[in-house]
Design a protein. Structure first.
Length: 261
């Protein structure tokens, strides 16, 4: 195993988790599940290494990776984002994964966070394992899980966004509550590299972000109109529901005020 420096460091954590793995393992035998995992995890792990990352943990269908272990690596956030985009391409190429006579659709959710880390070696059951610890690790894990709620694939926060905003097209998604954080955290969905021209996705992003601006202003009708222009998008659907709820709540409050005059 390669020797890494220990102690405080700045880096980027990437968590990736296979979507609906419980359902997949339910239709496969244990041996077939192992074959499926190896078919998917191996190329994803290779991508991490190709982008200068290190695989800290593999837990069944999930991988935790760290970028920035080399002192000269000041592009750890960019490398993690490019790795995440590459992973989505790999999964698209693999999809569907064929195990014996069963074709299994495969997709994954990714969370990425940059910040303070502590690198160390941990001795467990006589084995020496390298890992990194800190709030940054926990946040990346949370962002990965939040994808499920919004129907997104790759989520980052404002710090990662600040690193990569000139090279990567993102969508300002929402402010979310994270356990242990005093304030809501702004999250962004990673879409594609600015070198890639995707006019349709760029238009959807523009409609959504305009709707988000109206939403934050309390302009519910205009927000709903903008979100409605983003077709087949779970996040937009959720925001429309939220707008309608807040609009109804405001109308109820106004009616209640009139009744008490």
């Amino acid at each position: 195993m390669k020797k890494f420096a220990t102690g405080d460091m700045q880096g980027t954590i990437l968590f990736i988790d296979i979507k609906n793995f419980l359902g997949i393992s339910g239709i496969l035998s244990p041996k077939e599940t192992c074959q499926f995992i190896m078919r998917v995890i191996e190329p994803l792990s290779d991508s991490i290494q190709d982008h200068g990352g290190y695989v800290c943990q593999i837990q069944g269908d999930a991988i935790m990776a760290v970028f920035g272990l080399e002192e000269s690596d000041n592009d750890h956030a960019h490398n993690a984002i490019n790795c995440a985009l590459d992973m989505q391409k790999i999964l698209a190429t693999l999809n569907p994964v064929r195990i014996n006579n069963i074709c299994i659709p495969v997709a994954a959710r990714i969370g990425i966070c940059s910040g303070d880390l502590y690198a160390c070696y941990i001795h467990i059951a006589g084995k020496k394992e390298f890992t990194v610890l800190g709030k940054t690790v926990n946040l990346a894990s949370r962002y990965q899980k939040i994808n499920k709620y919004y129907g997104t694939k790759i989520l980052i926060d404002e710090l990662v966004f600040a690193y990569i905003k000139n090279e990567i097209v993102t969508r300002k998604l929402d402010k979310v509550e994270i356990e242990g954080c005093a304030e809501r955290v702004q999250v962004y969905e990673v879409l594609f590299s600015r070198l890639t021209c995707d006019t349709e996705e760029a238009l959807k992003r523009a409609h959504y972000e305009k709707g988000l601006t109206y939403y934050l202003q309390g302009n519910w009708d205009d927000a709903i109109e903008c979100f409605s222009r983003v077709a087949e998008d779970k996040a937009s659907y959720l925001m429309i529901k939220r707008c309608k709820y807040r609009k109804a709540l405001k109308q109820f409050s106004l009616t209640d005020d009139e009744n008490h005059k």
